[in-house]
Design a protein around this ligand. Structure first.
Ligand SMILES: Nc1ncnc2c1ncn2[C@@H]1O[C@H](COP(=O)(O)OP(=O)(O)O)[C@@H](O)[C@H]1O
Ligand SMILES: C[C@@](O)(CCOP(=O)(O)OP(=O)(O)O)CC(=O)O
Length: 544
């Protein structure tokens, strides 16, 4: 069958891609031509979620401390396709190709030349650079060369000579639109957020990133746009080249594919950031919600050194072979519980400088800092255990669980005990209190850590907001996610109580975001999100 010129669906590519892997061990020229054609026609669209780290801020930087990370329905999209329709006749002699990166929300278009020998990108337009995407492209191409045999390398070479056209789009939820909402005279409500068009232009923070309290370049909510962006680009490229096939959702092959995406995205993200963080954000962008224990930093730091004297292809081959020992255990919120985020309008924080301050404090006061860390670790473990116990109770006693959660959702916690009429419901309420006490302990030790390190981990303004939030009917947990600071706060609410909380937040100038938990990790999309109209605002105007 001649497929030339025929439009192909992603689903047919999926089938072909798996067939490609099988047949390339003995490819015929006709078969290679067919593959080339299919790949030429295809745009690959990948998406990866943002995150909220609800326990484990700072501690998760050190193994074996765990962090509970929830992925969000806020997603970053990468659309990858050939830049030129046809191979130019003289292209066989080229030692470079073209890469175009478009970020419509930032009104940026950046052009690069990529060396086909070293896979290094050189910016040829004067536009601002995007190191996350640059590393993602270089490492994904190097990963393809590192894993392909000669026949596949030939196909890849031709695919690269067609140029790479990358478009990146982040859901509105990654960014703060408070200023636009205010400028349009709209109320500070989730409904106003939902009325914004999908992939609205991003507000740049007015202050320059040079002062000590410098704000990030864009007004963001703290959902980890760089990790989701890097992961989406890596996944789209690896799928486009045929290194992985992310379209099949189950089985050990899928897990292996996800692991390859994780290694390349994590390595690219670290290099772009110039530091090796815990990696929970890239991990949740790849695997979705889970309990995370970090990888040993050496798996990447050795690559950072090797890059100076080894060809990139060999460095990446080596990184792929290393023992990646990050742990990811299934975790999800118990049923009938919802994640809610509230943006207090204080502008976001710079995480690296806060991490630096905590590390400095650990060095200067090892005894006390260890004591605080041990207490924090204990409280984190308790919260996790209580939530897991609630999930178990829900599974074993669904009707009772449902009844208790709904009645507690309409009451402040001081009245929760009254909702328990027999042994099982009492057990459920006790576990709710166990979780609530644990988050209060976590907050207390986080505040102590902030005071000792001289940084606002839970600043006074957030303390007031969180205390008021925890006193609202149906609120189980509230806290500062991740590193804390002035980013959006989180709450976990019972039943439908999140709607009421959103209203109360609005009346206190706190904007409830449209973000919900969505356990899905990286995935391949079958349509451009701009035509598909995928936004959390459209999927739900209601909060919970
Ligand atoms: N839609 C986008 N297009 C291009 N670059 C983006 C986009 N969204 C975020 N970025 C870039 O990603 C970086 C944000 O990363 P970072 O400061 O680590 O924030 P986060 O905590 O959200 O990961 C910024 O440099 C920003 O320029
Ligand atoms: C301190 C940390 O443990 C958590 C930081 O969490 P955030 O969610 O605040 O992170 P950013 O998205 O980078 O702002 C550092 C780490 O684990 O890397």
């Amino acid at each position: 069958m001649d497929l030339r010129g025929q439009p192909l669906e992603i689903s047919s590519f999926t089938f072909r891609a798996s067939t490609i892997t099988t047949y390339l061990y003995s490819p015929t020229p006709a078969f290679l031509a067919l593959i080339e054609n299919i790949q030429e026609e295809m745009a690959v669209i990948a998406s990866a979620p943002g995150k909220v780290l609800i326990t484990g801020g700072y501690l998760v930087l050190e193994r074996p401390n765990a962090g509970i990370v929830l992925s969000a329905n806020a997603r970053f999209y990468a659309i990858v396709k050939p830049l030129f329709d046809e191979l130019r006749p003289d292209s066989w002699a080229w030692s470079w190709t073209d890469v175009k990166l478009t970020s419509p929300q930032m009104a940026r278009e950046t052009l690069y030349k990529m060396s086909l020998k070293h896979f290094i990108l050189q910016c040829t337009s004067s536009e601002t650079r995007n190191p996350f995407v640059e590393y993602a492209v270089q490492y994904a191409v190097a990963a393809a060369y590192a894993t392909f045999d000669d026949a596949k390398k030939d196909v890849l070479q031709k695919q690269l000579l067609q140029g790479i056209d990358i478009t990146i789009l982040g859901s509105n939820d990654f960014y703060s639109y408070r200023n636009q909402i205010e400028a349009r005279g709209l109320p500070l409500t989730p409904e106003s957020l939902a009325s914004l068009p999908p992939f609205t232009s991003i507000t740049f923070n007015s202050e320059q990133a040079n002062g000590e309290n410098s704000k990030p370049e864009v007004a963001k909510t703290g959902l980890g746009s760089s990790a989701a962006m890097t992961t989406a680009v890596v996944a789209a490229l690896l799928n486009y080249f045929g290194v992985v096939n992310l379209s099949s959702y189950s089985g050990s092959q899928h897990q292996e594919n996800l692991d390859v995406v994780h290694i390349i995205a994590q390595t690219a993200h670290c290099m772009a950031q110039g530091k090796v963080g815990s990696g929970f954000d890239v991990s949740s962008a790849v695997y979705g919600s889970h309990r995370y224990v970090r990888f040993s930093p050496e798996v990447i730091s050795s690559a950072q050194d090797a890059i100076r004297f080894m060809p990139l292809e060999e460095v990446i081959a080596e990184v792929l072979k290393r023992k990646w020992d990050h742990e990811r255990t299934k975790f999800s919120l118990p049923p009938l519980m919802n994640l809610l985020l509230g943006e207090p309008g204080t502008g976001g924080s710079s995480t690296p400088s806060m991490v630096g301050a905590v590390k400095k404090w650990q060095k200067s006061d090892p005894q006390k800092s260890l004591d605080t860390w041990n207490k924090l670790s204990e409280a984190n473990t308790t919260l996790e255990a209580q939530l897991n116990y609630l999930s178990k109770l829900a599974e074993e006693h669904w009707e009772t669980y449902k009844g208790v959660i709904y009645s507690c959702s309409m009451n402040q916690s001081e009245k929760w005990m009254e909702q328990a009429s027999e042994a099982i419901s009492l057990e459920i309420v006790k576990a709710l209190f166990g979780a609530k006490d644990a988050i209060l302990n976590i907050r207390c030790h986080m505040r102590q850590m902030g005071q000792a390190a001289g940084i606002p981990i839970e600043p006074e303004s957030q303390t007031q907001l969180l205390d008021a939030t925890m006193n609202m009917p149906g609120v189980l947990l509230a806290g500062v996610p991740g590193a804390g600071g002035f980013d959006a706060v989180f709450a976990v609410t019972l039943g439908d109580s999140g709607n009421n909380l959103a209203k109360v937040w609005s009346s206190h100038n706190v904007l409830a975001l449209l973000v919900k938990e969505d356990p899905r990790g990286v995935s391949i999309e079958n349509a451009d999100p701009r035509t598909n109209q995928i936004t959390s605002g459209i999927s739900s105007v209601r909060i919970v």
